[in-house]
Design a protein around this ligand. Structure first.
Ligand code: TYD
Ligand code: MG
Length: 471
């Protein structure tokens, strides 16, 4: 077949462009994600204009900009958990991409945020390419938000949207739900393809920058590659926020992945109920509720999410394997980290796990990324193997090195304070630079070596359990 001139093949997952069709994308490894697109070359990749070139005089020395540096003005929604993740509110003219699985609650969250902002006297426009206005109204009714003066529109053409937004005062906030349903006339490809998604995002970003409106783009995370994933616009926007959660659970976590105007790694915790999303002001309480304290193999990890301490339960199950190769399964933590902790427990701590299956789970559907969880995982594993429950009122944190040494971690004080606030009475942690002296709120049991930890758990607790069976 003769190749048509304007014909290209674009991976819908990562945006890689090919001259001919491929079953598997070389760039991202996705199967069946490469789709034919016409006119991909016509993506507005910047003006190819014939206007006269501007000369210098438009560069400024960083040091020469005198006067106080202006803080970017921020619009707060009044939903504390949402504002925290955006770094203290939405910056004027900024564009945020909100990604998440379909059905996780993105539209619900944004409806609540828009209503809160509109009630505060800001012009908010909610544009849905997925639902009719009556459906959005129905949702707003369910959420008890019908009194909020949010402007609704069901529209998918970007040029029309920008024309609509141009009427009246410039909006403070525009929600585009979702970017994958939008199409622009400047590009020939079908809606949902990489080229369309990029072209539409490009126009909306230009609108945000010129009019000073904050724009939130919703992006569905897709696994089958039939529609372009939000990754293809991640580099164009100012902030990327993802909305995560287990469909079977009620909690939802809003996580900042990229933020030009604030810290990343901040999380906001919500609970999905009949009346929409409710903020969870004290997530530690939520993640520790329903804790079974008498069972061996559970340890409470005093972790940090961004600037906020978060206590979660780490559960381990170690049982003799019935197959040749023991199984190692982990939920909510890194598999390689688990393998490393197991190896250190064996090589430096003398525990025998080679003929045991090991399962590790972080309760509540949370994902931990911190190495500080090593110590809690090790304690849970040692406790499960020895059948000795850990003292229920103790928290654990610390990083384990390959030598078996327990290394200090950041924010020890914040972790200890949170633990004390939630009624814990002791902590097992590495020595900090200032010594155990900064344990102003909780007595800290300092452990320097993995062997100390194991001796603590197995020997000391055995005697404690013998004397006080109710512990
Ligand atoms: P939605 O916001 O439509 O998800 P998304 O925009 O990410 O696709 O939320 C869909 C789910 O949320 C749906 O399964 C029902 C549930 N839900 C509630 O449990 N309570 C509520 O008050 C609302 C509005 C939705
Ligand atoms: Mg939706």
């Amino acid at each position: 077949m003769a190749k048509r001139p304007n014909q290209t093949f674009v991976c819908q997952a990562c945006g890689a462009v090919y001259q001919r069709w491929k079953g598997r994308c070389d760039a991202c490894g996705g199967w069946n994600t490469v789709v034919e697109e016409t006119g991909a070359a016509a993506v507005p990749s910047g003006p190819v204009s014939t206007r006269p070139l501007r000369k210098s005089g438009r560069v400024f020395p960083l040091t020469g900009l005198s006067g106080p540096v202006e803080q970017a003005p921020r619009l707060t929604t009044g939903i504390g958990e949402f504002d925290r993740v955006t770094g203290g509110g939405l910056v004027e003219g900024s564009v945020i991409l909100l990604g998440g699985d379909p059905g996780i609650g993105k539209s619900t969250l944004l409806m609540q945020a828009s209503a809160a902002m509109a009630r505060g006297g800001n012009r908010v426009v909610y544009i849905s390419g997925e639902e009719a206005v009556s459906q959005i109204r129905l949702r707003a009714e369910r959420l008890g938000l019908t009194d909020a003066p949010v402007e609704l529109a069901a529209e998918t053409n970007v040029e029309d949207i920008i024309a609509t937004l141009g009427d009246g005062a410039p909006p403070a906030l525009v929600i585009i739900d979702s970017i994958q349903t939008m199409w622009t006339e400047t590009v020939e490809s079908a809606p949902g393809t990489v080229t369309q998604v990029r072209g539409s995002a490009h126009s909306l970003i230009r609108f945000a920058k010129t009019k000073g409106a904050a724009v939130i783009l919703v992006g569905h995370v897709t696994k089958d590659g039939q529609i372009a994933g939000p990754r293809v616009v991640e580099h164009m926007v100012d902030a990327v926020v993802s909305f995560e959660g287990d469909a079977a659970q009620h909690f939802r976590i809003l996580r900042s992945v990229k933020n030009r105007f604030g810290a990343t790694d901040e999380i906001g915790v919500f609970e999905m109920g009949d009346m929409g999303l409710r903020e969870v002001a004290n997530p530690s309480e939520l993640f520790l509720s329903g804790r079974d304290m008498a069972t061996p193999g559970t340890a409470v990890f005093a972790g940090m999410e961004g600037t906020r301490p978060l206590l979660v339960e780490v559960q381990a199950l170690v049982s003799p394997t019935s197959f040749g190769t023991p199984r190692r399964a982990v939920v909510g933590w890194d598999q390689n980290r688990l393998n490393m902790v197991i190896a250190v427990l064996e090589a430096r701590g003398g525990l025998r796990l080679g003929s045991h299956d090991v399962y590790l789970n972080v309760a509540g559907g949370l994902r931990i990324g911190e190495p500080a969880a090593d110590l809690a995982a090790a304690a849970a594993l040692a406790s499960s193997l020895s059948g000795v429950p850990l003292p229920p009122e103790t928290v654990y944190f610390g990083e384990i090195g390959l030598s078996g040494a327990i290394r200090p971690v950041a924010h020890a004080d914040t972790r200890l304070k949170e633990a004390a606030k939630l009624g814990f009475s002791a902590a097992v942690a590495p020595r900090t630079k200032s010594g155990p002296g900064d344990a102003t709120v909780l007595p800290v049991q300092v452990v320097d070596q993995i062997t100390t930890l194991i001796a603590e758990i197995v020997v000391k607790n055995k005697t404690r359990t013998a004397h006080s069976p109710k512990l």
